[in-house]
Design a protein around this ligand. Structure first.
Ligand code: TGC
Ligand code: FAD
Length: 405
């Protein structure tokens, strides 16, 4: 994408993004000034830089690499991590609101940011050595580096404990072999946080850098979802990784699953953003579009759709707000996070479909965002734990019985 194309799209798009968030229960009253500041700053950035180009990127299956630096500058990479390590020094509500605003634009953009903040910076911050934190976190926070997170394998998606990627110790380095699949950011990533089995068969995290011999990141083509985000494989063919690149402070599957708690939390807010965007588009269209001599918003059937959308959005906002406070207090449980991720993605998918119907035929075009959100949400309902897996996590929490295997 050339600068000229970007400028042209911006000129064509001027004044078109009229988004304002629905706030039926005055939830803004529960936010502090810092929360509102980051939300408004990210919203303004989205309107200025992302809304004008997103439809082009999705249509052309193009990852706008130039936005990585912009996202860093806008404070979207690890806002909940300490300032000293390249984060934003804010709390989990601020993090959630930033993800809400990004996914209001597009799930793929939020994906880029949540992988960087929760799945690359967070594990280095939480489980890394002081040297690793100093070496990588400031560059990741600013967007100088892009990172990715390799857990899923071709034969091990919902069940990562079966992973076969492994490493052997050879003096001052380890030798890594195996492959990861469906990895967001992989084709453009400078570093990958990779989860692999050590010689004892226990899961450990390693930081693999682009350029290490035997490491490649082929792109995944043919996606009808998250088309503005880049996805690929991570292939390790006898890759020599220095011992100092192993994350020293965690062993076992709880390492990657702890990172997923943070990312899944962010997705709860993100999906809410996508739902809000669809609802707002439908609300506006219902007042502008006339049939049978009056606005379609004057018909009971369309009012029912809008009223039900607003109800679900309001419930999801309350879930996010309460969960954010539990995250801030360090009290949120994985099952509480599963409930929020599962519910909010589901309501967003439903709202996208209903909003699309309110737009009639126009709803299937790129003039409006619903089809793009709808297709994106098919990935969101699958990654970071499928809809079914989150149900089973909840089921186990309720009954104490494991229904996974
Ligand atoms: P299980 O035996 O239950 O647990 C193994 C160890 O992990 C601990 N644990 C957790 N720790 C922290 N947070 C959690 N949420 C945890 N869940 C479990 C557990 O206590 C145990 O610790 P320890 O000390 O006893 O060893 O593990 P399991 O093998 O039975 O698996 C459980 C299951 C199925 C819930 C888990 O594997 C799972 O969540 N599967 C879904 C896989 C998944 O979500 N993959 C996501 C890949 S990354 C991704 O999709 C990024 S997309 C990003 C984007 O673009 O936005
Ligand atoms: P499977 O695990 O094969 O599941 C297939 C179906 O079986 C699902 O409906 C599932 O719910 C169901 N199922 C599985 N087990 C059970 C069970 N015990 N009981 C009942 N039903 C079950 N991974 C990463 O590591 N890093 C990334 O950055 C990343 N980004 C992604 C980006 C995209 C666009 C996509 C689509 C995926 C990404 N993933 C990533 C992978 C994602 O996490 C996996 O796709 C997801 O965990 C599901 O794994 P799977 O696709 O292998 O499906």
């Amino acid at each position: 994408m050339t600068q000229e194309q970007i400028d042209q799209l911006k000129a064509q798009h001027q004044g078109k993004d009229q988004f304002r968030h629905p706030d039926f229960y005055d939830l803004d009253d529960l936010l502090n000034d810092e929360h509102k500041m980051i939300r408004d700053a990210v919203r303004a950035y989205v309107k200025r830089e992302l809304s004008p180009i997103i439809e082009y990127c999705a249509e052309h299956n193009h990852f706008p690499q130039h936005i990585v630096r912009q996202l860093g500058e806008a404070g979207c990479f690890g806002p909940q991590l300490p300032l000293t390590y390249g984060g934003g020094g804010m709390d989990y509500i601020s993090y959630g609101l930033a993800m809400q605003e990004l996914e209001r634009c597009d799930s793929g953009i939020r994906s880029t940011a949540s992988v960087q903040g929760s799945l690359v910076m967070y594990p280095i911050y939480k489980f890394g050595s002081e040297e690793q934190k100093k070496k990588y976190l400031p560059k990741l926070g600013s967007g100088e580096y892009l990172g990715c997170f390799g857990l899923t394998e071709p034969d091990h998606g919902s069940n990562p404990s079966g992973m076969t990627t492994h490493f052997e110790q050879k003096g001052d380095h380890v030798v890594l072999n195996g492959a990861k699949m469906w990895i967001s950011n992989a084709p453009f990533a400078d570093i990958a946080v990779v989860w692999a089995k050590n010689p004892d068969g226990k899961v450990q995290g390693l930081i693999v850098e682009r350029g290490m011999e035997g490491f490649s990141t082929p792109e995944t083509h043919g996606k009808w979802s998250l088309r503005a985000s880049t996805t690929g494989e991570l292939v390790f063919d006898n890759v020599k990784v220095p011992v100092e690149n192993i994350l020293p402070n965690v062993i076992g599957l709880k390492g990657p699953l702890t990172c997923l708690n943070s990312a899944r939390y962010g997705i709860s807010w993100g999906a809410l953003g996508a739902a809000m965007d669809c609802y707002e588009a439908a609300r506006r269209y219902a007042s502008e579009r006339h049939q049978f001599g009056k606005p379609i918003g004057g018909f009971q059937l369309q009012q029912k759709k809008l009223a039900e959308m607003l109800t679900e959005i309001t419930k999801a906002q309350l879930v996010c707000w309460r969960l954010g406070n539990l995250m801030n207090e360090g009290k949120a449980t994985p099952a509480q996070i599963s409930l929020a991720k599962r519910n909010n993605v589901e309501i967003a998918m439903h709202i996208a479909r209903e909003a699309r119907q309110i737009h009639g035929g126009m709803g299937i075009t790129g003039e409006y965002p619903m089809m793009r959100h709808m297709m994106n949400l098919e990935s969101v309902v699958t990654y970071e734990g499928t809809h079914d897996i989150h149900l089973l996590i909840l089921g186990m929490d309720i009954t104490g019985e494991n229904a996974f295997d």
